[in-house]
Design a protein around this ligand. Sequence first.
Ligand SMILES: NC(=O)c1ccc[n+]([C@@H]2O[C@H](COP(=O)([O-])OP(=O)(O)OC[C@H]3O[C@@H](n4cnc5c(N)ncnc54)[C@H](OP(=O)(O)O)[C@@H]3O)[C@@H](O)[C@H]2O)c1
Length: 304
Amino acid sequence: MINGSMIKTRILIIGSNGMLGQRLTDFFSASSNVELLCTSQEEESFNKNVEYKSLDITNKQKVKEIILDFFPDFVINAAAFTNVDKAESERELTWKVNVNGVENIALYSWTIDAHLIHISTDYIFDGKNGPYSEKDKPSPINYYGRSKLASENSIRTSGVRFTILRSNVLYGPAKFGRPDYVKWVIGSLSLHKEIRIVKDQFNNPTFIDDISQAINKIVEYKKEGIFNIAGPEILSRLEFTNRIADHFLLDKDLIKPIVTEELKQPATRPLKSGLITLKAETELGYKPTSITDSFAIIEKNLNL
Ligand SMILES: NC(=O)c1ccc[n+]([C@@H]2O[C@H](COP(=O)([O-])OP(=O)(O)OC[C@H]3O[C@@H](n4cnc5c(N)ncnc54)[C@H](OP(=O)(O)O)[C@@H]3O)[C@@H](O)[C@H]2O)c1
């Protein structure tokens, strides 16, 4: 405090209309210690109560203007090209957003000595022997994973102070945009639609608000480096889907077990994946929300 007035932490959120970005926006806009600016590529913010500017991260000049003008202490990048299958056929755009866009953000964050917090993924691994720790060697098996690994590397070589958070299968109470996995399952089963679910993909789905909590700690402790932020249980997608059906009292007979091979998806999926969160638990006091509690929070927030 100086003369009774508190010095606020200046935070710039990039990708604030995305699934994660929305929840980060809600979280940090509720903090009286934070001066917040949100950006996303749309003209308008989903959250009408925040300062907002439209920003396409591939526009280097615009990235420069916004970062140099707002002069944030922290830049949180939640923007990315996230459609894993489309990334196979739209390689140029995927690279432009996930690598060149991140290079722009890293460059101007470095210029003003802001701390860059960037979200990455378990898809940088091949899924042969997960779950993975922060020290395991990445080896992506699809184009999205390659672009996300390249984005990590561009940050690491830029000289910027950074924290990279790796996560997987985000779900939670985001209100706008495409439905996440949990909402898709609830929606399909509620309409009595049969769904084919893979029994050979393993990971630890992540309650999105746990990422906000982890980022809050990173801001508080100014922690740099790589951190896995993911859910408390490693389970197959089939098991996770059964847990959703159990909690929301939906018909499990509509869930048909299959193997990944049967889906014939354009992008190869890591099978035995997931992220070990011990480092975050030890260094950030990270405590992932249990699956049951996370479903209860979603139920309450979305009035399900
Ligand atoms: N979802 C998951 O399961 C998962 C798992 C692991 C890691 N991650 C990572 O977590 C982060 C957030 O993912 P999410 O699930 O919140 O994805 P999302 O809902 O797709 O959000 C990404 C946002 O980035 C925006 N964007 C795309 N291109 C842009 C550009 N050129 N300039 C500015 N914004 C742009 C998108 O806008 P439009 O919607 O208009 O395209 C969207 O609002 C990403 O880095 C992702 O790789 C996600």
